[in-house]
Design a protein around this ligand. Structure first.
Ligand code: TMP
Length: 213
């Protein structure tokens, strides 16, 4: 498989979408075919699962149980890999996904307190062990990043400060445990500074030398 698989991670509101779009434009300007996608909701089945996961549960209904939530995210991911990601990698494309398995590790294990082992095993089973070659963790205090959100909070976003802080910490721990795959970027910096840090790393990853910049 000659394609390249890249993911962006971080708590809500850190600016992943903006940086994903910058990266798409940059790689396309370098002649690569790029597929931008996201989780949850990167396929038609996933779009339905996304609605189940993110809509606020009616006041008289029980919230989604942690194990059910983890399974629905994993089902979304399994379909995403099978239907979208793997075929694009096989066509030699660059796949950039806004969230992937580390979000489950950070939110369902870090945030919801299922074990990391359970969530990792579930996710790797769902994806047939497919991992990105590079993961950009856009890191920021959730109190600041949430203030940037320009829509009403969804079910995950409204889960409370402790949950968001545990999630951020879990992302940082994941990144520190896998320094070869992760790059931690301070997302509180200006957009241009964040992008420059990503671009320098991408140039390195793709072997785009100084001379051709
Ligand atoms: P989004 O708003 O960035 O598209 O993400 C939707 C929400 O779902 C976000 O709050 C993070 C959460 N999420 C998980 O809890 N587990 C996962 O595996 C994924 C992919 C997202």
């Amino acid at each position: 498989m000659a394609g390249l698989f890249i993911s962006f991670e971080g708590v809500d509101g850190v600016g992943k979408t903006t940086q994903v779009e910058r990266l798409r434009q940059y790689l396309e300007s370098r002649g690569r075919t790029v597929l931008v996608t996201r989780e949850p909701g990167g396929t038609p089945l996933g779009a339905t699962l996304r609605q189940l996961l993110l809509r606020n549960v009616a006041e008289d209904a029980a919230d989604i149980a942690p194990r059910a939530e983890a399974l629905i995210f994993a089902a979304d991911r399994a379909q995403h890999v099978a239907e979208t990601i793997l075929p694009a990698l096989e066509r030699d494309e660059v796949v950039i996904t806004d969230r992937y398995l580390d979000s489950s590790l950070a939110y369902q294990a870090g945030g919801r307190e299922l074990t990391a082992r359970e969530i990792r095993d579930l996710s790797l089973w769902a994806t047939n062990d497919l991992l990105p070659v590079r993961t950009y963790l856009l890191d920021m205090d959730p109190a600041e990043s949430h203030a940037r959100l320009q829509h009403d909070e969804d079910r995950m976003e409204s889960a409370g400060d402790d949950f968001q802080n545990r999630t951020r910490r879990a992302f940082l721990d994941l990144a520190k445990a896998e320094p070869e795959r992760f790059r931690i970027i301070d997302a509180a910096q200006p957009i241009e500074t964040v992008w420059t840090q990503i671009r320098v790393d991408i140039d390195d990853l793709f072997g785009y030398g100084e001379a051709s910049r």
